[in-house]
Design a protein around this ligand. Sequence first.
Ligand code: NAG
Ligand code: NAG
Ligand code: CU
Length: 654
Amino acid sequence: MHFVALLLGLRLVAGIRITVSDAQAINPGQNAIDQNNLSLWHSQYQPTVGFPHRATLDLEVATWINGFTYLPRQDVTGSGALNGNIGRHDIQISLDNIRWTTVVSQTTYADTKTLKTETFAAVNARYVRIIAYTEAGNRGPWTSAAELGVLLRSNSPATTTPTTPTPSQPAGQTSHLGKWGSVIQLPLVAAGAFLVPTSGKLLIFSASGRTDFESAKGFTQTSTYDPTTGVVTQREVRNTQHDMFCPGLSLDFNGRAIVTGGNDNLPTSIYDPLTDVWTRGPDMRLRRGYQSSTTLSNGRVFQIGGGWVPPADRGGKIGEIYDPTTNAWTLLPGCPVTPMLTNDRGGVFRSDNHGWLFGWKGASVFQAGPSTAMNWYGTSGSGTQSAAGSRGTDGDSMCGTAVMFDATKGSIFTAGGAPHYEEANASNRVHLITIDAPGGRPTTTALTSMTYARAFHNSVVLPDGQIFTTGGQSYARPFSDATAIMQPEMWDPQTQKFTILPRHQIPRTYHSIAILLLDGTVFTGGGGLCGGCATNHLDAEVFSPGYLFKSDGSPAKRPIINSLSATSAAVGSKLTVTTDIAVTKFSLIRYGSATHTVNTDQRRIPLEAVVGTGNTYTVTIPQDPGVALPGYWMLFALDSLGVPSVAKTVKITL
Ligand SMILES: *[C@@H]1O[C@H](CO)[C@@H](O)[C@H](O)[C@H]1NC(C)=O
Ligand SMILES: *[C@@H]1O[C@H](CO)[C@@H](O)[C@H](O)[C@H]1NC(C)=O
Ligand SMILES: [Cu+2]
């Protein structure tokens, strides 16, 4: 509802543009979108231009619409009052102003002054045009209009999440594959997002443009999505003078988003969830775009790579560290980028992009990819680096995914990616990496592959340890939806095999994201951000995994966490949890952030529970802040069937 009002207020009045086939000079096309019923567009009559006459509305960004409105001229009464009223016509839509689809074909308006509204099945369109073939009263070859407009499809909140517990549940629930919710409209391409403590809203961003990144710099378009209400808001962030497209992105110990570089390649922007305020942090020492960053066990933020910046500045993007207490960046000359480069044919523009970084014990960083070479980085003093072997027989896997799905065991799942950033076949290879002491040799095992080869996909760990991999394409080509994979795959850590899941509606390829929400569903959105192209996706879909359903598809009864002994707890401390029914497992999943396949914030900790009386349980947070990386986490309780509760948020502190 909010979103519709916003669109009407901001876009359809201010942002809409019109072009017409022809017009009499005193009645230009602009008059048909000026919200003034008494002015009109009139086809040229001196000298007369014959049929057909066309008017094309440009909605500025691809928009979900399901109707067209035509208000005939209202300017005069009596003779001439109906002159130019449109009779027979077509309504067509387009994403690129080149290829058109007819949504209303050869219908005829009545020869009256009243508002005409035609509806059609919802379509995603940037351009909408009416082609007039006749005049409703056959008075002459004219076309006129007081106002032209479109109907916006209203936004529905994610409705698939079961909220009504059923009274009884059969024992031995068989597995359900899960369900997708309806498409959610967003005002921008969701190229990046992070979960905001403690509301559980998503803060989403694109670039300075909502559908393109090449226009202006110096500011960023953002949006929020509230999973509980479906409300979408829109906000332009100008005060940090930072186009946060293609940045490093990490959530710190206080749930603040540290966003670095990208399209504006020096600034740091910091979002504070407690105040909902963006502030400009210190500039980085090196210009970076497409670097990865990760929060460390001592609260600092490390980043490396980022050669996606103007030619003179490519290469040599060594480690750098941000200290929130001094609010300053320091270069780490002991953390060279060379050992983690891929052999991308794009050279340093590409070879240091999107590192698979994990903040680990003793303020170390494990780099698991995308290069086949893996490395340890130490961050004290001027930094250290040591080789950690290669990822088995895996090749370079640019824009693949890596997820720490069991931090207590140091278990990392990796999937897909391609040998080159673009114009390369993706892989379906999957590896399990287990790390322990910093500097030590990890074990690496090749696992059963995904069914689909993917690059530009996203992988999300769920409360029960399964990993949901969605989107991507089998041939890596930015800004194309060709070879898009439309079916996700679920990896089961017990069987180490994949199950194909139901299709989603919209392709999610380059610049798409996926992120776990507090209710155990997964938000996935975006794809595109390529200006006037046809692959901008200003929308999202929410997947409700099978654990939320009984085998017949009805909602599973979910356990409820009734109380938690504390909402903030130090590493190594205990939490007492009371649930409404008996549960068997608990897990913690750190609030996630996602952009360009990278999510260095999400990680999962399975928790052993000591059972007390009356559905009371005591769980212990791991002692090592390299494992239980401080910051905001989601605590889930799972029943014996694996059905998770909605999470309670816990802030883990040092
Ligand atoms: C313009 O016409 C429409 C449709 O008849 C009407 O709803 C609207 O109130 C009118 N606006 C003005 C300013 O007269
Ligand atoms: C991708 O794989 C196909 C099929 O194996 C092959 O024909 C093609 O040459 C490959 N393309 C590239 C760019 O490697
Ligand atoms: Cu990008």
